[in-house]
Ligand binder design. Structure first.
Ligand code: SAM
Length: 229
């Protein structure tokens, strides 16, 4: 693992993970702090699926590379925090196999409904959707091998307290993966809501996780990993 230098210029504004889009969609509500988290509702899963599950997203999101970096093992328990419409669920489900569990967690009831329907439709029997609170992932202590947080970290408030809950949920040796946008990414939230990888590393380290930024080939994002000792 090596620390990758973050680029410095932020130019393009978009709401979420997919194609650049206006911030005033009728079903979305936002509260913009000066540099705080982007408080952003993700109602109407079907609407968001058009963006989050757009096949064109694969080019820059590189989901297979993200999941490969997680080194999932058969039988593992993985939590996808802020799972959205379940873009990562097929890969995570395959990665942990029939004896594993994928906890697909989100704060939006409509996303959780959609995740359940998608799991049924795509025969992802090990995927368990769950509704969580914005300040609590509701994970029992030392029950999870891997936690994946893609394009969500910048939405979370009071992250120093939140990451402690994630750390506690990890088994010893378990890992938290935070994937988020570089300052100069074409996609992603408005520039003032972007977080440098060094900031995320520091937040994970403050909770006692061994934190590092992975070397990868994602064109617009970093992957920060935190390992529970
Ligand atoms: C940009 S979408 C990303 C969805 C998914 N991770 C992906 O990569 O396709 C952000 C998702 O995170 C959810 N979310 C936002 N804040 C959250 C929180 N504190 N805990 C769990 N989910 C959250 C939203 O409801 C939304 O579904």
């Amino acid at each position: 693992m090596q620390v990758r230098q973050a680029a410095s210029l932020a130019l393009v504004v978009s709401a979420c993970g997919g194609a650049p889009m206006p911030l005033t969609r009728p079903e979305a509500t936002h509260v913009h702090g000066a540099h705080g988290p982007l408080v952003h509702r993700f109602q109407s899963a079907e609407q968001w699926a058009k963006e989050l599950d757009d096949p064109a997203r694969d080019e820059w999101q590189k989901p297979a590379e993200v999941v490969a970096a997680m080194r999932l093992e058969p039988g593992a328990t993985v939590a996808d925090l802020g799972a959205g419409t379940g873009y990562f669920e097929p890969l995570l489900s395959r990665g942990v196999g029939a004896s594993g569990i994928v906890l697909a967690l989100d704060v939006e009831p409509d996303m959780v409904r959609y995740l359940g329907e998608r799991a049924q439709r795509e025969h992802l029997a090990n995927v368990r959707p769950g509704l969580v609170a914005t300040d609590d992932p509701k994970l029992a202590p030392q029950t999870v091998d891997r936690i994946l947080v893609v394009d969500v970290w910048h939405h979370i408030d009071a992250r120093d307290a939140y990451v402690v809950k994630l750390r506690d949920a990890l088994k010893p040796g378990g890992k938290l993966f935070v994937v988020d946008f570089e300052p100069d990414a074409k996609h992603g939230p408005p520039p003032r809501h972007r977080l440098a990888s060094a900031t995320v590393e520091r937040e994970l380290a403050t909770a006692g996780l061994a934190a590092a930024t992975l070397t990868e080939t994602l064109p617009e994002q970093y992957i920060v990993v935190g390992t529970r000792p």
